[in-house]
Design a protein around this ligand. Structure first.
Ligand SMILES: [Zn+2]
Ligand SMILES: [Zn+2]
Length: 258
């Protein structure tokens, strides 16, 4: 599995990080595997502002994805959806699956109702998913509800032996740590440094506590507010007080192979 971080920022842009988006690709040997809906191509997870542009910088491009998997409906995770639909229409790629938590059907309908000329331009398949197991774009996916200000799902995606967990937007809590246990890589919301009093997102200390003793090879921090700038070292130290695996800050364009 290959994971590319398209956007590692938050709702407050700092000029360095786009909003949330991840590109997941299968190893070549699995790329032709059949799956539900016959879609097993590259998967885009979330589509915040800037993600369409970041996708255009990849070899896959916005033409090459087959499915968008949404964690929740906050703007910094969905605001490039319509621009993505339009780019694909203009590029002649007229099919796309959108998978997301309950309410995704209504979200897409309502977005398209605002921009009527976009209706029926591309052939959209929308599927709502619940916490539990499902298949998506050739990945085996587990989902659990996170702790956030809006209903939100964290995903654990498996492809052969590789397993990648994305917390989406969430406080750090024990059940999410257990959910991530055994993953090769965990990408976790780490919006703020410890000195910010925050709910709906974790502090580094809370994140270290949730992952203490878990079998996770690498933790990558994402969903970074500008408040984290200049505090990276102390944030990593806070996490390492309880979690002894590898910790690093993700950045836009970071690509990892699992
Ligand atoms: Zn959110
Ligand atoms: Zn967010």
């Amino acid at each position: 599995m290959r994971v590319t971080f398209l956007g590692t920022g938050s709702a407050l842009p700092d000029g360095e990080r786009f909003q949330t988006g991840l590109l997941l690709e299968h190893e070549p040997r699995r790329a032709t595997a059949d799956s539900e809906n016959n879609r097993s191509g590259p998967l885009l997870v979330d589509c915040g502002s800037g993600v369409l542009h970041a996708l255009a910088r990849t070899d896959v491009g916005y033409e090459g994805i087959s499915t968008v998997l949404l964690t929740h409906h906050h703007l910094d995770h969905v605001s490039d959806l319509l621009p993505l639909f339009k780019a694909r229409w203009l590029a002649g790629e007229e099919e796309l699956a959108v998978v997301g938590p309950r309410g995704t059907d209504d979200l897409i309908d309502e977005l398209l109702s605002v921009h009527e000329y976009m209706q029926d331009r591309i052939d959209l398949t929308v599927r709502e998913v619940e916490p539990g197991s499902f298949a998506c774009s050739g990945f085996d996916v587990e989902a659990i509800e996170t702790r956030h200000s809006m209903y939100c799902l964290a995903y654990r995606l498996e492809d052969g032996d590789a397993s990648f967990t994305f917390s989406a937007d969430s406080e750090a809590f024990d059940a999410l740590g257990a959910f991530a246990d055994g993953s090769d890589v965990v990408a976790h919301d780490c919006s703020f440094p410890d000195e910010i009093d925050v709910s709906n997102h974790p502090t580094p200390t809370q994140l270290g506590t949730a992952l203490a003793g878990r079998n996770v090879d690498q933790l990558l921090l994402t969903h970074l507010y500008p408040h984290t700038n200049g505090h990276h070292e102390e944030m990593i130290d806070s996490i390492h007080e309880q979690y002894d695996g590898d910790v690093a800050f993700a950045h836009d364009g970071l690509r990892i192979e699992l």
